[in-house]
Design a protein around this ligand. Structure first.
Ligand code: EPZ
Length: 418
C-alpha cells in the first residue's frame, strides 16, 4: 500500500497535459463490442477504472492490444454475455455493458455494479429504458438477467438526466430496429463524445448535448480510430489546486465551455482566468474570497465531480460558503478528514456549510472515494506543515500520475510505500 507525503505551502506554476476523459473512455470501451472490427482509442489514461473495464472486456472474449497510450480492442471473438460479480462490483461503468451485450448477443447477465460509495446509485433508469427497447429483465440470485428477441426503437423519457442511463440506452439503440428518441437525456460533453465515436463507426445518432437524443438503428458498425475529449474533471482539479495554493497554471485540451460553471466560481473567488480555444490559464494570489453558495447540477451546472475539490478550496477562502450536493446522497465523506486539518465544515445531509479559516495544518488523512481523495490532496497542498494521505487506490481510479503532474507544477508531494 502507498501513501502521499505532502509538504504544503508551495505555489503552483506550469502547464498540464490533460488525459483523455475517464468518463468518456469507459463507455467507449463498452461500445467497442458493437463491431467485430478493431477499435482504437488514443490517449487512454493509465488509471485503475480503465484496467477494470479491460478485465471485463477480456472476460467477454475481446483481445486487447496496447500501443503506447492507445488501446486496440478486437472483439471479433467475443463470446460471453456474462460478467462475473468479482468484476462488476469494482466498477460502476460495468453497467454500461448491458446495452452493447444486448445489441451483440441479445442477452446480458451482470450483477449490480459497484463503484465509489457516494450514494445509493440505483440503475432503475437504465433498466426501464432497456425495457422500453423490448428487453425482458429478471433480477434473481444477485444477478440482472436481460434478454430480447429483437431490440426495437422507442420513445424514452428519463425521470432524471442520468449520464449512465443516457449512454446505456444509446448503446442499446444504435443497432435496434427503428428510431429511438431519448428525452430529458443528460447533456454532459461525454455524451457528445460518445455520439461522435458511434457516428464514426457508422451509427446515426444526433442531438447529444441538447437534452433530446435521436438514434436511427443501423445494421452494422465498423471499426474506428478515435481520440476522446480531454478530462474536464482532471483539468478542473488542477485549476482548483492552483486557485487555492496561488500561482499560475495552464491546462491544454479541455474547452473552457466544458467547465464554465467552475471557471465562473473561480473568477468570483478572485482568480484571473484567460481562455483561448482549448487553453485555460488561471492566475491566483492564493488569498481568495468565498462565494456564498455553490450547488451541484447536471451539465451545464456545477459538476458534482468537482464538489469535493472545490469545498477544499472554500476551507481557507475569506468568508463562508454553502455547498449543496444535488446529485448524490453521501458525497461528503471527505469532510471529516478536512476537519482533522483544521477546516470548519458542518455537514447536514446534502449540504455543507464551510467557514473559511486562516490556515489549515498538516494531518494524516484517509481517502474514502475518488474525488474526496483528490480534495484531501488539494487541502494538504495548501496546509501548513506535513500531511500524509492514505488509501491512494481511490485516487488511482481516476487520476493518471497525479503526484507526478503536481510535482512538475512545484508541489512538494511524493508517493511512498508503507
Ligand atoms: C456518471 O455516473 C459519472 N461516472 C460520475 O462520475 C458522475 O458523478 C455522474 O455521472 C454525474 O455526472 C461515469 O461516467 C463513469 P448518473 P452515473 O446516472 O452515470 C441517479 C467520477 O467521480 N440515478 O448521472 O452513475 C443517481 O442515483 C464519477 O468520475 C438514478 O436514480 O451518474 C444519481 O443521484 C462519480 N437511477 C443521479 O441519478 C439510475 O438508473 C446521477 O447519476 C441512474 C442514476
Amino acid at each position: 500500500m502507498d501513501k502521499y507525503i505532502i509538504n504544503g505551502g508551495e505555489k503552483l506554476f506550469g502547464s498540464i497535459e490533460i488525459q483523455s476523459a475517464k468518463n468518456t473512455v469507459l463507455p467507449l470501451l463498452a461500445a467497442s463490442i458493437l463491431t467485430d472490427e478493431p477499435v482504437r482509442i488514443r490517449g487512454v489514461p493509465k488509471i485503475n477504472d480503465v484496467e477494470s473495464m479491460l478485465l471485463i472486456l477480456s472476460e467477454v472474449g475481446c483481445k486487447i492490444t496496447r500501443k503506447k497510450d492507445s488501446l486496440v480492442i478486437d472483439s471479433s471473438n467475443a463470446v460471453s454475455h456474462e460478467i462475473p460479480t468479482r468484476l462488476t462490483k469494482e466498477l460502476r461503468s460495468s453497467v454500461f455493458m448491458l446495452g452493447p451485450l444486448l445489441s451483440r448477443f441479445r442477452r446480458a447477465k451482470i450483477s449490480y455494479p459497484g463503484g465509489c460509495d457516494i450514494g445509493l446509485r440505483p440503475i432503475d433508469l437504465h433498466l426501464s429504458g432497456l425495457q422500453r427497447l423490448g428487453v425482458e429483465i429478471a433480477e434473481r440470485d444477485g444477478y440482472i438477467h436481460c434478454e430480447t428477441q429483437k431490440l426495437l426503437g422507442a420513445e424514452i423519457l428519463l425521470d432524471f438526466p442520468s449520464v449512465g442511463a443516457t449512454e446505456n440506452i444509446i448503446l442499446a439503440a444504435v443497432k435496434a430496429d427503428g428510431i429511438t428518441v431519448i428525452r430529458n437525456a443528460a447533456k454532459e460533453p461525454e455524451i457528445i463524445d460518445l455520439q461522435h465515436f458511434l457516428n464514426a463507426m457508422g451509427a446515426k445518432v444526433c442531438g447529444a448535448g441538447g437534452g433530446t437524443v435521436a438514434i436511427e438503428g443501423v445494421k452494422r458498425l465498423h471499426g474506428v480510430d478515435f481520440v476522446p475529449i480531454g478530462d474536464r474533471i482532471e483539468a478542473g482539479t488542477y485549476l482548483i489546486a492552483a486557485a487555492s495554493c496561488g500561482g499560475e497554471i495552464e491546462t491544454q485540451g479541455v474547452p473552457p465551455e466544458n467547465i464554465a460553471a467552475l471557471l465562473h466560481k473561480l473568477r468570483e473567488n478572485g482568480c484571473k482566468i484567460y481562455t483561448k480555444n482549448d487553453k485555460i490559464v488561471l492566475t491566483s494570489n492564493g488569498a481568495l474570497r468565498a462565494v456564498n453558495i455553490v450547488e451541484t447540477m447536471p451539465f451545464p451546472g456545477f459538476p458534482t465531480d468537482l464538489q469535493a475539490q472545490y469545498t477544499a478550496l472554500c476551507t481557507t477562502a475569506k468568508g463562508s460558503t454553502l455547498v449543496v450536493e444535488n446529485l448524490f446522497e453521501t458525497r461528503y465523506r471527505y469532510a471529516a478528514e478536512l476537519k482533522r486539518m483544521g477546516a470548519d465544515v458542518t455537514v447536514r445531509g446534502r449540504t455543507a456549510f464551510v467557514r473559511g479559516v486562516e490556515r489549515l495544518h498538516g494531518a494524516c488523512v484517509t481517502a474514502g472515494d475518488l474525488r474526496g481523495g483528490a480534495a484531501l490532496v488539494l487541502a494538504a497542498l495548501k496546509a501548513e506543515g506535513q500531511s500524509s494521505v492514505v488509501e491512494l487506490s481511490y485516487i488511482d481510479r481516476g487520476y493518471d500520475d497525479f503526484e507526478g503532474k503536481l510535482r512538475r507544477l512545484g508541489a512538494k508531494i511524493r508517493r511512498v510505500r508503507i
